[in-house]
Design a protein around this ligand. Structure first.
Ligand code: GLC
Length: 639
C-alpha cells in the first residue's frame, strides 16, 4: 500500500460522512478516487514539507466536498450530461464585453441576449463585475469580494439568473477568476491591515525593503508607467507588500495552503452559480521564488493542475481558461492538464504583424511550429482583447525567417502609432519602458485596421480596405482550430474612444481607448449593407453561420498550416475524415495569386463563402485582403 492509498483510506470515511445522499456520495468519491494519486502528488509537491500537511489536505478536500453538496441540481445535471468535447464544438463562438459599457448593467445584458443570438454567440465573457475599489480598480481586476456583484451592475442573484438564462439560450457564461491578487479593500486585506496574522499570511509582506530589492533584480514591471516596481509600502502595516500590478492589487501567497483552500472555495462558488468557464487571470505570476523572474514557475503549474483536478471532482462542467501572456514556449505548458482552453496571443499579434508588414512568413512559420496543442484542449483565438497588444512573438522564430525580432518590434510600435509613412493605423503607445525600450499598443480593431483614419479622410477606397482587413482577421479566428472570441463592439466597427482622457479614474491608462461604450448608432445600422457597420456585421454573421454548420470547423479537427509559396498570403487546411477545407487569405494591399494544386486532389472545390465552384487546376487570384474557404471531399496530398 503506497502512502496515498493509506491517506485515501483515512480520508474516505471522513468525506463519506458529509453526504446524506448515497448517489451523490458515490459520484463524489468515485471522481475523487480516480484523481487522488495525482492530486496528492501535486499537493505534496507544493505543501508536503509542512508539519500540518495532512490537516491542510483534509481541509482542501472538505472544501471540494461541501461545494459539491451545495451545487444546484441543474449544475449536477450539466456535469453529468455534458459532452467532454463541448468547448471544441464548431458551434462555439465567443464574445466579451464590459457589463456597464456594453449594456449598463446585468439587466441590460439580459436584454441583449436576443442580439447575442442574432450574432451567433455561444460563449459570453463578462469582464470583472465584482466589488472593487473606486475610482481606481484596474478595470475591475482589483477584486474586493469574489461573492458580491458591484451594486451599480446588479446583484449576485441577478448574475445567477443571468447564467441560467444564457444557458437556456445556448450561451455559456465566462467570468474572470482573478486569482493572483485581491484588492487592498478585500476583507482579507482589511483584516491583515488590522493586524490579524492569519490574514497577513494570505499575502506576501516584508518588514523592510531588503528582500523586495533582491527579488526586484529579476522581476519585470508590468505597468512601468502607472505602477513601477513590484512592491508597495503600506503605512498601516509598516511593511512592504508584493503588488505585481498596481499598488492596490495585493498578490496572494500561494505558498500558504490556506490561500489555496479559500481560492478553491471562491472558484467553486462561482462554478455553482452557473459560471462555465473560469478565466484564470495573470496565471504565470502565482508562485514566487527568489532569484527567478517569478513567472511560470513549476509550482504555478502544479497549483493550476491541482485546482483543475478538484474542479473536475466538484464541478466538472466547468473548465479553466489560461490567461498567460508570456513567451509562446511557456503558454503551451498551461494547456491540457491544467487549462482546457487558453488565449492564443501569438496568433493575435502575428495577424497584426502581417497586416503591418504585408508579409505572412513569420505568421505562417510560427503557426506551423506552434499551433498544435493536446487534442483535448482548444485555443481561444482573438483579434484583440481589453488589454494592450504586446509583440510577444519569439525572437527565435523571427531569426528562423530572417527577421530581427527587436528591430521588428520597433517597426510595429511605430507602425501602429502612425509613425511610419503609409501606416493606416491609429493606435496609442502603452507601457513604454525606458530601460528596455519595450512598448505595447492600444486601439480598437477598427482603428488599428485603418477605419478611423480612412473615415477621417473620407477616402472610400481606404474605408473598403480597412473593412476587408477586419473581416480577414475575423475569418482567420473563425476558421482556424479553436474558439473564436470577439471583443463586442468590433462587430460593428467601433472606433477608439478618447473620452477616457477626461476621466480621472481612467486617464492614466491608455487601454481605456479601446474599451468604448456600445455604439448604439452603429448597432442600429447593422442590417444596412451600405453602412460600414452593416458590412462588417453582415459578413461576420454570415461567416459565423457557415462555421456553425460545418463540423469540420470543430477544434478537435486538425489545422495544418501550409506553405503556399506566396509570402503575402495565409493558408491553412482543416480536415475531417475525407473532407478538407482550405482557407486562403491575402494579407496584403495588392492582388496575390496562389496555386493550390499541390494540396488539393479532388477535381473541384467549392468556396463556402460565395458558393462558387473552382476547378482544381484553375489559378486563384485573391484581391487585397480577400479570402476563400475552399471545401473539398476526397483525398488530399498534405494530410
Ligand atoms: C490581466 C488582465 C489585465 C489586468 C491584469 C491584472 O492581465 O487582463 O487587464 O490589468 O491581469 O489583473
Amino acid at each position: 500500500m503506497d502512502s496515498s492509498q493509506g491517506t485515501w483510506y483515512v480520508l474516505r470515511p471522513l468525506l463519506a460522512a458529509l453526504f446524506t445522499d448515497d448517489a451523490q456520495r458515490t459520484i463524489f468519491l468515485t471522481r475523487l478516487e480516480e484523481r487522488f494519486v495525482s492530486l496528492t502528488d501535486l499537493l505534496l509537491g507544493l505543501y508536503g514539507d509542512r508539519a500540518d500537511f495532512a490537516e491542510q489536505f483534509e481541509q482542501i478536500l472538505m472544501t471540494a466536498a461541501y461545494a459539491f453538496i451545495a451545487r444546484p441540481a441543474v449544475m449536477h445535471a450539466l456535469d453529468a450530461s455534458r459532452d467532454p468535447r463541448w468547448f471544441q464544438n464548431e458551434r462555439m463562438v465567443g464574445g466579451v464585453c464590459y457589463v456597464d459599457l456594453y449594456a449598463g448593467n446585468l439587466k441590460g445584458i439580459r436584454e441583449r441576449i436576443a442580439y447575442f443570438q442574432e450574432l451567433g454567440l455561444t460563449y459570453l465573457h463578462l469582464m470583472p463585475l465584482f466589488r472593487s475599489p473606486s475610482p481606481q480598480n484596474d478595470g475591475g481586476y482589483a477584486i474586493s469580494s469574489f461573492r458580491a456583484v458591484r451594486p451599480q451592475l446588479g446583484t449576485m442573484e441577478e448574475l445567477t439568473k443571468l447564467a441560467t438564462e444564457l444557458r437556456v439560450h445556448g450561451i455559456s457564461l465566462v467570468l474572470d477568476m482573478v486569482m493572483n491578487h485581491t484588492s487592498d479593500e478585500h476583507e482579507w486585506a482589511i483584516h491583515a491591515k488590522e493586524g490579524d496574522s492569519d490574514y497577513q499570511g494570505y499575502y506576501l509582506m516584508f518588514p523592510d525593503d531588503t528582500l523586495p530589492k533582491r527579488y526586484e533584480q529579476n522581476l519585470r514591471e508590468i505597468f512601468p508607467e502607472q505602477a513601477p516596481g513590484n512592491f508597495t509600502y503600506v503605512p498601516e502595516l509598516q511593511r512592504w507588500v508584493w503588488t505585481t500590478f498596481h499598488r492596490y492589487q495585493w498578490d496572494l501567497n500561494y505558498a500558504n495552503p490556506a490561500v489555496f483552500n479559500v481560492m478553491l472555495g471562491e472558484m467553486l462558488f462561482l462554478a455553482n452559480h452557473g459560471v462555465e468557464v473560469l478565466r484564470l487571470d495573470a496565471v504565470p505570476f502565482l508562485w514566487k521564488e527568489l532569484g527567478t523572474n517569478c513567472e511560470n514557475l513549476p509550482q504555478a503549474h502544479a497549483l493550476v493542475a491541482a485546482l483543475n483536478l478538484l474542479i473536475q471532482v466538484a464541478a466538472p462542467a466547468t473548465i479553466f481558461k489560461a490567461e498567460a501572456i508570456v513567451h509562446p514556449d511557456e503558454i503551451v505548458k498551461y494547456i491540457g492538464q491544467e487549462c482546457a482552453i487558453s488565449y492564443n496571443p501569438l496568433l493575435m499579434v502575428l495577424m497584426w504583424e502581417a497586416l503591418a508588414s504585408g508579409w505572412t512568413h513569420l505568421l505562417q512559420h510560427s503557426m506551423t511550429k506552434r499551433f498544435n496543442i493536446p487534442a483535448n484542449a482548444a485555443w481561444v483565438n482573438y483579434i484583440r482583447s481589453h488589454d494592450d497588444i504586446g509583440w510577444g512573438f519569439a525572437n527565435e522564430d523571427c531569426a528562423e525567417v530572417g527577421i530581427d525580432g527587436g528591430i521588428h518590434r520597433i517597426f510595429l510600435n511605430r507602425f501602429y502609432t502612425g509613425q511610419v509613412e503609409g501606416s493606416f493605423a491609429v493606435g496609442l503607445p502603452f507601457g513604454y519602458h525606458p530601460r528596455t525600450g519595450d512598448m505595447r499598443i492600444c486601439g480598437t480593431t477598427a482603428s488599428l485596421a485603418g477605419l478611423e483614419q480612412a473615415l477621417q479622410r473620407g477616402d472610400a477606397y481606404a474605408i473598403d480596405l480597412s473593412i476587408r482587413r477586419i473581416l480577414a482577421m475575423m475569418a482567420v479566428i473563425l476558421t482556424v482550430g479553436g474558439i473564436p472570441l470577439l471583443y463586442l463592439g468590433d462587430e460593428v466597427g467601433t472606433l477608439n474612444d478618447y473620452s477616457y482622457q477626461h476621466d480621472e479614474s481612467k486617464s492614466a491608462d491608455n487601454r481605456w481607448v479601446h474599451r468604448p461604450f456600445a455604439h448604439e448608432q452603429a448597432l442600429a445600422q447593422r442590417h444596412d449593407p451600405t453602412s460600414v457597420a452593416g458590412r462588417i456585421f453582415g459578413n461576420l454573421q454570415r461567416m459565423i453561420a457557415i462555421r456553425k454548420s460545418y463540423p469540420i470547423f470543430a477544434a478537435y479537427n486538425p489545422t495544418n498550416w501550409l506553405n503556399s509559396n506566396n509570402t503575402h498570403t495565409v493558408l491553412f487546411a482543416r480536415h475531417q475524415g475525407q473532407q478538407a477545407l482550405y482557407v486562403a487569405l491575402n494579407f496584403s494591399a495588392y492582388p496575390q495569386s496562389l496555386d493550390l494544386r499541390q494540396f488539393i486532389r479532388s477535381e473541384h472545390v467549392t468556396d463556402l463563402l460565395t458558393e462558387t465552384t473552382y476547378k482544381r487546376d484553375e489559378p486563384l487570384t485573391l484581391p487585397p485582403y480577400e479570402m476563400v474557404w475552399l471545401h473539398s471531399i476526397g483525398p488530399t496530398s498534405e494530410s
